[in-house]
Design a protein around this ligand. Structure first.
Ligand code: BG6
Length: 444
């Protein structure tokens, strides 16, 4: 393995960084395993625009290939500043490091981290560069949410249990909510966040959660079937029109954001986003989807809630039991599936009481205590050449088509789209409450 970054790092500093990172992530390998791991690692300082860097990288990879019998199987993982993606990909190609697979089994692939551009235009330019550098089968656009164990379980549960998926449509469902709340704020990423804001940072994750919940089930979970079905799903989402943005979206910034190190005093970067969107297909037409995502919005909570219609008939007409049924996927940090319902409270009278059925995924998965984390899973998939969980170029384009009217309206008409302040630790600005309340619903 070759690690590379712009920082010059002596061997000792490199090793202690790795040791600290492992321990922060809760891994404490034996000293024997750790030394084997280190003995396979090399680090080179990178200047991404300099040919000399690619020559050194080529030589180092050749050395590792022969030392470990790798036979030119190369996976390049680009978690660099996004502005460097294009030139790195083109240089890897120019230096023969991105090549077509060969008969002896050699291959080369490239993983692109987000952010995938910062606008529709820059994403298209990146896409064009990647097309020049590699074929689609070599490009792995990563969104780590697709690799989460509990996200995978949404699909598993839908496909194995007709009782649920069969009711996930506009006959039974009132609305759907997606929440991506984080306790954390900037964590030293001010310069990134000031440029990107929350909408650009999180939209890919939000759309992937929506897809996994609401797309039709593919015929198989093989890459092409899966992507084809996802494409149909994204094709049926109706992006907001510019004039709808003020009534269907809310942006916010937590109080104190402008005092963070590296943040401008007049920063307009949003740290909170809520919006409503519709899916124009036979399954979901008429069922609104509501999304909330934010930094410093209380405890971390990523969840998907499918809220069923109220009962329409019989005694329930006269008793207000709200929306008794909600199917919830708690993606993280709790890993739970819950289904709420109402049943008779034991006793002589006909009284109703809300109940919750719960499946604790973590407890169920004791035997899988060592299951891979999101990134581990995705890196393993990329090594094995499976692109199913990676994003297609269509998805990337769609994300920007969806985001563009939102960003443009915010920028060009701040009067109609104010940046609402909210207190850290709360679930966002009051305007986000209004967004859903005016439709007669409330956040879960
Ligand atoms: C990243 C975003 O993609 O996802 C971060 O850049 C965010 O801003 C993170 O904090 C959330 O990921 P997770 O897996 O911690 O929920």
């Amino acid at each position: 393995m070759v690690l590379s970054g712009r920082t010059p790092l002596e061997r000792g500093a490199l090793e202690s960084r790795i040791r600290n990172a492992l321990s922060t992530a809760g891994f404490n390998p034996s000293s024997e395993n750790f030394s084997v791991f280190l003995s396979r690692l090399e680090y080179i300082q990178a200047d991404y625009a300099d040919d000399a860097f690619y020559s050194r990288l080529t030589a180092l990879l050749a050395k590792q290939d022969s030392r470990f019998g790798v036979k030119r199987k190369h996976l390049f993982y680009l978690a660099t500043p996004p502005s460097a993606f294009e030139s790195i990909a083109l240089n890897l190609k120019a230096f023969g490091l991105l090549f077509d697979p060969c008969e002896t089994g050699c291959w080369s692939r490239i993983i692109i981290e987000k952010p995938y551009g910062s606008s529709l235009e820059s994403a298209a330019a990146l896409e064009a560069a990647l097309k020049q550098a590699a074929s689609e089968s070599q490009v792995y656009r990563i969104d780590h949410f697709t690799g989460k164990e509990t996200v995978q379980n949404v699909m598993a549960l839908r496909s194995a249990n007709a009782v649920f998926d069969g009711t996930w449509n506009n006959r039974f469902m009132d609305h759907v909510q997606i929440t991506v709340f984080e306790e954390l704020g900037l964590e030293g990423r001010a310069s990134f966040f000031e440029k990107m804001g929350l909408a650009r940072d999180m939209m890919s994750h939000i759309l992937q959660l929506a897809a996994i919940t609401a797309m039709d089930l593919p015929a198989t979970f093989r890459d092409t079937d899966f992507k084809a079905e996802k494409k149909l799903f994204f094709g049926s989402i109706r992006p907001l029109e510019r004039e709808e943005v003020p009534t269907r979206s809310v942006r916010g910034q937590y109080a104190g954001y402008r005092d963070e190190q590296g943040v401008a005093q007049d920063s307009l970067a949003e740290t909170f986003l809520a919006f409503k969107f519709q899916i124009d297909n036979a399954r979901w037409r008429g069922v609104p989807f509501y999304v909330r995502a934010g930094k410093k919005t209380g405890a971390k909570s990523t969840r998907i809630d499918l809220v069923y219609n109220k009962p329409a008939r019989g005694i329930f007409k006269t008793i207000n039991i709200g929306h008794p049924n909600t199917f919830s996927f708690n993606i993280q940090p709790e890993e739970k599936i819950t289904f709420s319902l109402v049943s008779k409270h034991p006793g002589p009278k006909l009284c109703f009481a809300p109940k919750t059925i719960e499946l604790d995924y973590r407890a169920e998965g004791q035997d899988a205590a060592g299951y891979p984390t999101d990134y581990e899973r995705l890196l393993i998939e990329a090594m094995s050449g499976d692109q199913t969980l990676f994003l297609s170029s269509f998805e990337m384009r769609f994300m920007w088509e969806f985001l563009s009217p939102l960003l443009a309206a915010w920028q060009e008409d701040p009067g109609a789209n104010p940046l609402h302040a909210y207190a850290a630790g709360t679930s966002g600005p009051a305007a986000a409450e209004k967004l859903i309340k005016k439709d007669g619903m409330s956040w879960v």
